[in-house]
Design a protein around this ligand. Structure first.
Ligand code: MLT
Length: 268
């Protein structure tokens, strides 16, 4: 792990491998560890995997907005001396951040990979639910988020539950959530609720786009990514069976093969 310093906050980042730079942006309220199944990609690519501000080992300032987290990605790329356009990949919250990187800094994006995420802003109901959750976290602590989220993060079918890795995956997710500072969770929930709708900005993305979603994703179901496919000028969509909201963690081999196949045909 490397600790770098952006304008106003430290950032922990894991880098491995060589080749085209691939930035992996984690979901809420997790850290770089959710990408552990993507380590084999370091044989082909230069992996750049941060803990976004306030999360994991980054500590420091809390996130204020999704566009701010996108600008952090550019600061991070500068700090690790990546000047060529990068492949930017994000899951859920990380996918919102990746969309803003593509909209705000198109010249830094070689390709965009959006995983288990959506383009649309929150509905008023979703925003209210985030406010309720933030209040509960302030009163009770991070455990309440782990309780609310972990059962919904993973696929629920019998076949998916039979995966022998399942108990360890659940425990890792729970551990990452309860290790996230309350202030980060509360600030991130506000940032998530306030994030702008990205449907129109995404129509202008020139870079090739890969969309990936778990067939059993209960948080951003396949319809979200099917709608997104109709928005981008050039996007392919992969729906992965027996996966929920954490496709790269639930089916790492399928996910990694899809990334390499996409990069071979659309980018190189
Ligand atoms: C995530 O997985 O990053 C969150 O569920 C995103 C969200 O709440 O919109």
């Amino acid at each position: 792990m490397q600790q770098i310093h952006l304008r106003d906050t430290p950032l922990a980042v894991h880098t491995r491998g060589r080749g085209l730079p691939l930035v992996l942006l984690h979901g809420f309220p997790l850290d770089h560890g959710m990408w552990s199944g993507q380590e084999p990609l370091a044989e082909h690519l230069r992996l750049i995997v941060p803990d976004q501000r306030g999360f994991g080992a980054s500590g420091g300032a809390e996130p204020e907005s999704i566009p701010q987290l996108a600008d952090d990605v550019i600061g991070l790329l500068d700090e690790v001396h990546v000047t060529e356009p990068a492949i930017v990949c994000g899951l859920s919250m990380g996918g919102y951040v990746a969309q803003h990187v593509a909209a705000r800094h198109p010249e830094r994006v070689r390709a965009l990979i959006l995983v288990d995420t959506r383009l649309e802003a929150d509905t008023p109901e979703a925003r209210a639910a985030r406010r309720d959750l933030a209040g509960a976290v302030e009163r009770i602590g991070q455990e309440i988020v782990a309780e609310a989220m972990v059962p919904n993060l993973l696929a629920k079918s019998a076949a998916a539950r039979a995966d022998p890795r399942r108990p360890a995956i659940e425990e890792d997710l729970r551990r990452a959530i309860v290790a996230t500072p309350v202030a980060t969770i509360v600030a991130a929930l506000a940032a998530l609720g306030e994030r702008p709708d990205m449907v129109e900005p995404m129509r202008r993305v020139q870079a090739p786009v890969l969309l990936v979603v778990g067939a059993e994703d209960a948080i951003t179901p396949p319809e979200c990514l099917e709608r997104a496919q109709g928005v981008f000028p050039d996007a392919r969509l992969l729906v992965v069976p027996q996966c929920g909201h954490m496709t790269p963690l639930e089916a790492p081999a399928t996910f990694n093969a899809a990334v390499l196949d996409f990069l071979r045909s659309a980018v190189r």
